[in-house]
Structures are given as structure tokens and as C-alpha cells.
Design a protein around this ligand. Structure first.
Ligand code: ATP
Length: 288
């Protein structure tokens, strides 16, 4: 049996540079892994794929990204066996935290170990890319600049030790909807990605916090005012800065100390009892 902790991600920046001829958006994002994870266990079996997951709203059939990852791995490496996968889901679904992508990444990493294939991160990323644009980042982990569709990755210096509050309102946002709406309306403020890269090089926490920006935040916030409410509650209660992650609706806040993060988390739980709130730290590069 192989066990993998598949981390969620947040976006420190998310910019859309344009729409490509193939219909995909050209993005530029600083991605960060965080210590909220799904636990994935993979076991060899004679044939077929058996997926068990403690998330009643998600199918466990061939439409699940974890299932698709297993199929791809078995097919590409012509493995004459099957796999049983068990996922303990902690990452909220359709939340902007790459929950599906990280499950797929975790299955690929787990099967690489289970079947002793010895594939490198790059080789796993080449497979992961076929499953979704965020899967390669979820394989690599840590702090990275993602461009292209999100699959072209450059490693950045690890973020200085920081604590992260994640707060998900009780709504789901479709990524496709957010991008489509962005195309129709645009936004006023784009991230200064160069400045964020310089802040990361310097390890300057104030500049990193000051540079958080996501073009989809305005889009999602216009349709769901709760995103703005959560941001204010976090910023007023100990957080350095807050931002919506991905296409939302999860809002995250950075805090310099665990007590600051706990204070912001307690404030948001008190004001919005329906919020799903987590206090975690940032996570580094994955060991393949
Ligand atoms: P991203 O930040 O990459 O846009 P997200 O966090 O917004 O992702 P996910 O949790 O990945 O969203 O879920 C998006 C959709 O993917 C879900 O609505 C669900 O139907 C589908 N899905 C398929 N497999 C999984 C999985 N293993 N875990 C979560 N969602 C899955």
C-alpha cells in the first residue's frame, strides 16, 4: 500500500493574458501549495479500478479525475494489473483549491511508487497535463510560476514561513463560468507578477502580502458578495492580506504567526458559522 498526502493550492497571483487560438486562456499565476490535503491510498489488485471516496456528492466512476489518472497510468505503462484507490477528502469541492487536480496528481505519484516505475516529476507532469492544466503543479508542489494553460512551470523560492487561513463560503463556483464572465466583462486590476517574483526573491513578506491579486476575484465577487464579506472579516482580524483563490469562492488570508491566523479564523467562524475554515501552513516541494 502506498499513501500520499495530496495538498491543496492557492494562487498568490492569477492573471489572464488572453485567449489562445485553441480556446484555452493564457494565464500567468504564482501558485502555492498549502497543508490542507486529501489522503490517498493505492493498493494493487488483480484488474480494474476501484475508487472509494468519502464525498457523497462526487461520482466514483470514470468521470472522477482520480479514476481518470489511474486509467491513464495503467494504459500508458501497459500494466497488467489493477488498482484500488481510497481517498479521504478534506479539500472542499469546486472551491478554487484544485481538489480534483491534486487527487489526480496524488494517484499518479502513488502509482509511480506502487508499480516501482521510477518516473521523474517531469515524466509524471507530462502525464498529468493530459488530465488538467493544474495537475502538473500539484505534482511538483511548493511555490511556482505557472504560464501557458498553467502547465508550464518555473520553480520559485519557497515562501517565507507563513500561516494561511482558508475560508470557504457555502457556495460553489464553476471555473468555466468565471473565465467566461471574465471574457465578457474584463476587470480593472491585474496583478503585477514581476513585482511578486521580486518580492519572493527577496523573501519580503510585506511585499508578498501587498502583491496578492487575482483577476477572477472581481468577477466572482460581483456575483457573490459573500467573497468580499469574508475578505473584510479576515483582514480586520489579524491577517496580513486576503485574496480569493482560483475562481473561488474560497478566500485565503496570510498571517505571520499561528495565533494571528487562529484569531482571523475564529473571527470568521463567529461571524459566518456556515463557513468551512482551516488554518494551515504553506507547503514545500513534493518528494516524488
Ligand atoms: P480548480 O481550482 O482547479 O479550478 P476547484 O478546486 O475549483 O479546482 P475541484 O474541487 O477540483 O474544483 O472540482 C471541480 C469539479 O471537478 C467538481 O465539481 C467535480 O465535479 C469534479 N471532480 C472530478 N473528480 C474530482 C475529485 N477527485 N475531487 C474533486 N472534484 C472532482
Amino acid at each position: 500500500m502506498v499513501q500520499i498526502e495530496a495538498n491543496a493550492k492557492i494562487n498568490l497571483t492569477l492573471d489572464i493574458l488572453g485567449v489562445r487560438p485553441d480556446g484555452y486562456h493564457e494565464v500567468e499565476m504564482v501558485m502555492q501549495s498549502v497543508g490542507l490535503f486529501d489522503t490517498i491510498r493505492v493498493v494493487r489488485r488483480q484488474s480494474g479500478i476501484d475508487l472509494q471516496m468519502d464525498a457523497p456528492s462526487l461520482p466514483t466512476d470514470e468521470t472522477n479525475l482520480a479514476w481518470k489518472a489511474a486509467r491513464l497510468f495503467l494504459d500508458v505503462y501497459k500494466i497488467q494489473a489493477g488498482v484500488a484507490i481510497e481517498i479521504e477528502k478534506r479539500i472542499p469541492i469546486a472551491a478554487g483549491l484544485a481538489g480534483g487536480s491534486t487527487d489526480a496528481a496524488g494517484v499518479l505519484m502513488g502509482m509511480n511508487r506502487l508499480f516501482e516505475k521510477g518516473l521523474s516529476a517531469q515524466e509524471l507532469c507530462a502525464l498529468g497535463e493530459k488530465l488538467g492544466s493544474d495537475v502538473p503543479f500539484c505534482i511538483e508542489g511548493g511555490t511556482m510560476l505557472a504560464t501557458g494553460r498553467g502547465e508550464i512551470l518555473r520553480r520559485l523560492p519557497d515562501l517565507p514561513q507563513l500561516f494561511v487561513v482558508l475560508a470557504k463560503p457555502p457556495i460553489s463556483v464553476s471555473t468555466a463560468w468565471a473565465y467566461k464572465t471574465y471574457d465578457q466583462v474584463g476587470v480593472a486590476r491585474h496583478p503585477d507578477t514581476k513585482a511578486m517574483l521580486a518580492a519572493l526573491d527577496e523573501g519580503n513578506v510585506e511585499k508578498i502580502a501587498g502583491g496578492l491579486a487575482n483577476v477572477l476575484e472581481e468577477v466572482t465577487m460581483k456575483a457573490h458578495a459573500v467573497v468580499g464579506d469574508y475578505k473584510r472579516a479576515l483582514s480586520e482580524n489579524g491577517a496580513l492580506a486576503s485574496l480569493m483563490s482560483g475562481s473561488g469562492p474560497t478566500v485565503f488570508a496570510l498571517a505571520q504567526t499561528r495565533p494571528d491566523a487562529e484569531r482571523a479564523a475564529a473571527a470568521i467562524s463567529a461571524r459566518y458559522p456556515e463557513a468551512k475554515v482551516f488554518v494551515v501552513s504553506t507547503a514545500g516541494q513534493n518528494i516524488i
